[in-house]
Design a protein around this ligand. Structure first.
Ligand code: ADP
Ligand code: MG
Length: 227
């Protein structure tokens, strides 16, 4: 099986005096449908890694293939296209526009991905149905509860059927009940073959995943430290 994510010896150094080695020689493979949790202390390099995996940033060295395509020498436009087609993002702070409706928030994403207008309505309806927000289609996003906002962000992440969902502490602002709702949704996507990579501080999410990797001081390992 082809890995959806195949990162080999990835490093990211931020220039400065001294330079910051945010990620050091990280190697990571993620298969279709796999649920991977990344955890580690604050400042460890988790978001740096997720930004590289999401093609939002480029490594200082190392190789990164998405769906079998090497991204190192990929032109920016090709990379943008790959990102908008293959990858959905979910963040702790939801990143949705409060003064826009639920439907408009998702439509914006499809517009960026240049999805034909004719198919947008159907895709948005399907996504809202999957996350249980059909009854909120025309609500302003600012009027949604925290759990509903995150479900909207998830609908937006999966609306154009990506192969990968990357989530940076997606349940960090939610209570236990809403955390479980979000994890159940992510389970459905995993069962449909979407690879899910989640950064988390929560034991609940770590227990939910198929596999955990630990990161500290930019170093990725499969073994957590003894506490
Ligand atoms: P985490 O998400 O695990 O809390 P980050 O990946 O955000 O950690 O940060 C890892 C290290 O890289 C930190 O020391 C942080 O200050 C540094 N860092 C992150 N982004 C930048 C940047 N754009 N410029 C300089 N340093 C950065
Ligand atoms: Mg972070």
């Amino acid at each position: 099986m082809t890995a959806v994510i195949n990162a080999t010896h990835l490093s990211r150094t931020f220039p400065g005096n001294p330079p910051i080695h945010a990620l050091r020689d990280a190697t990571l493979r993620v298969e279709p449908g796999e649920k991977l949790a990344i955890y580690g202390p604050s400042g460890a390099g988790k978001s740096t890694l997720l930004n590289l995996l999401g093609l939002l940033d480029a490594p200082t060295s190392g190789s990164y293939t998405v769906l079998g395509e090497e991204t190192a020498s990929m032109p920016a436009r090709t990379k943008d296209h790959l990102r908008s087609q293959a990858i959905g993002f979910v963040f702790q702070q939801f990143h949705i526009l409060g003064h826009r409706t639920t439907r408009e928030n998702i439509d914006l994403k499809l517009s960026i991905a240049r999805t034909p207008t004719t198919t947008r309505t159907r895709l948005i309806d399907e996504a809202l149905d999957k996350v249980g927000l059909t009854h909120r289609t025309h609500s302003h996003a600012r009027n949604l509860s925290g759990g509903e906002k995150q479900r909207l962000a998830i609908a937006r992440a999966i609306v154009n059927k990506p192969q990968i969902v990357l989530a940076d502490e997606p349940t960090g602002n939610l209570d236990a009940r809403n955390t479980d709702l979000i994890l159940t949704l992510l389970d459905d996507f995993s069962a449909a073959g979407i690879a899910i990579v989640v950064i988390t501080h929560s034991d609940r999410t770590a227990a939910w995943s198929h596999r955990n990797v630990y990161i500290d001081d930019g170093v990725l390992t499969n073994t957590p430290p003894r506490s």
